[in-house]
Design a protein around this ligand. Structure first.
Ligand code: GLA
Length: 486
């Protein structure tokens, strides 16, 4: 969760802009709500290196912020962000050239990528104080590289840079879904926690201060938001620690209404997608800000299982019921999305959410109101989204024998099928379990360490078919595997 400079500032980003945005994030309650990363996207560097291959920074764009600092040192802004209690992010490309060869405005710049300098650059980012790096794919695509191979090199270089500096650099993969990163990005190069972009840009940036006709005419439509959501649905690749990235958010930006904001926030929260807000934080309306800070919505987003939702019904075309399995037994988050031009009345068939009978409680998340009856038809205005929190009783799951290193022949009949794994991991480290399915899916499931012999739980979604789970390490013990057919 955090802010990214690209959507609203594109390549005009500079120290002053980032300082103002970081201050807004710290002052407007977003920081308390959990938004913590301030990420500087493309435009911070124009591809120049010195004779030793070190990145040369423009001293005017990134001047000293306090006495004793040197102009042209990116440590200045990273320090500013840290002093606000936030984390700092920076940006590069996996190829030799970066996206600046296709500029959003102004001249084009070549060589803004890190290829050939991976370790040197990641070490530099860490030494400057950055905590997060977004690695884009313009140069990689131009050179027709393999994303899986290239990002594994990136991940290994990051690990080496982390060893040298003793600091952690969080990797954000930005390959736009062109080579199905959901198959290879989870756990790429042994990195235990990552996010990967699943589609192209949600919008071309809308820079309010750029008077050129191109920027002036850019307006966000509902289609931009819905297309990014749809491109990002790869539920089987996502679970605690591994997230599909639906792109930076456009909450409150030009063209977005309050109802569109609800759809946007509701879908990103349901998908447990990174909430990297790309808006100008100094200009958010109270309505947009309160949606971004809605504690019950953020609790759905931050559910420990971090799963994507399953579309369980579409009673009329364009009126969709999405349900997200949550870590608490019998709990679901439900979004009713009305993509149509008319209002809709929807009665939920609770059995399709894997529940026995009607739920015990049903709550409207946007206004924090409980429904007294659970069998009512819910009404959703045209182009809007109702977000619900539901507690009920799970149908009885199928259970598989525990205490083995392979669990084979798991039947996923309702695809995607929700499964809940209870385990102990006494290694003190994350253990990655391989999941293979007859559907062709092969992914990793991260099992966080448990305290001693305590039981930990992880959720995952299996594609329809038969799946095998295999444990690469013997340090994790399966206590129970329950598979829920909805
Ligand atoms: C690509 C990425 C965007 C942004 C721009 C910068 O298009 O997908 O998120 O980083 O590059 O040019």
């Amino acid at each position: 969760m955090g802010w990214n400079s690209w959507n609203s500032f594109a390549n005009i980003v500079n120290s002053q802009i980032v300082q103002r945005q970081a201050q807004a994030l710290a002052a407007n309650g977003m920081k308390e709500a959990g938004y913590e990363y301030v990420v500087i996207d493309e435009g911070w560097w124009l591809g120049e290196r010195d004779a030793a291959g070190n990145i040369v920074v423009n001293p005017k764009q990134w001047p000293a912020i306090k006495p004793g600092q040197r102009d042209g040192d990116m440590a200045n802004i990273a320090d500013f962000i840290h002093r606000l209690g936030l984390k700092a992010g920076i940006y590069t490309d996996a190829g030799r050239d970066g996206c600046s060869m296709y500029p959003d405005s102004g001249p084009k710049y070549m060589h803004t990528g890190s290829e050939g300098h991976y370790e040197q650059d990641f070490e530099q980012f860490l030494k400057w104080g950055f905590d997060y790096v977004k690695v884009d794919w313009c140069g990689g695509a131009k050179e027709k590289e393999s994303g899986a191979v290239q990002y594994a090199q990136v991940a290994r270089a990051i690990q080496r840079a982390e060893k040298v500096t003793g600091r952690r650099l969080f990797l954000s993969i930005c390959e736009w879904g062109s080579q199905n990163p959901w198959f290879w990005a989870p756990g790429v190069g042994g990195i235990e926690s990552t996010i990967w972009r699943t589609g192209g840009d949600i919008i071309p940036p809308v820079v309010e201060s750029l008077p050129d006709p191109e920027h002036a005419k850019r307006v966000i439509t509902l289609k931009n938001v819905l297309d990014s959501f749809e491109a990002g649905m790869h539920p089987e690749a996502q679970h605690t620690g591994y997230y599909n990235d639906l792109d930076m958010m456009v909450m409150g930006m030009r063209g977005m209404t309050d109802a569109m904001d609800r759809i946007h926030m509701g879908l990103w929260v349901m998908a447990s997608a990174p909430l990297m807000v790309g808006s100008d934080l100094t200009r958010l309306s109270p309505e947009t800000l309160s949606l971004l800070k809605n504690g019950e919505a953020l609790a759905i987003h931050n559910d420990p299982f971090g799963l994507q939702p399953i579309k369980v019904a579409e009673p009329t075309p364009g009126v969709q019921v999405w349900a997200k399995p949550m870590a608490v037994a019998g709990r679901r988050a439900v979004a009713i999305l009305n993509r149509t031009d008319s209002s809709a009345q929807v009665k939920i068939d609770w059995g399709k959410l894997g529940l026995v009978g009607a739920p015990r409680s049903l709550r409207d998340v946007w206004d924090g109101r409980d429904f007294t009856a659970t069998d009512v038809a819910l009404s959703i205005p045209a182009h809007d989204l109702l977000l619900l929190s539901v507690d009920g009783e799970d149908k009885k799951p199928a259970e598989y024998p525990a205490n083995q290193s392979v669990i084979a022949g798991i039947q996923a009949t309702s695809g995607p099928t929700f499964a809940r794994l209870e385990y102990a991991n006494t290694s003190g480290q994350v253990v990655v379990v391989r999941v293979k399915s007859t559907s062709g899916l092969s992914t990793g499931l991260a099992l966080h360490p448990t305290a001693g012999l305590d039981t930990g739980a992880a959720g995952f979604l299996l594609p329809r078919g038969t799946a095998d789970l295999s444990f690469e390490s013997q340090t994790a013990t399966v206590r129970k595997l329950a598979v829920f057919s909805w």
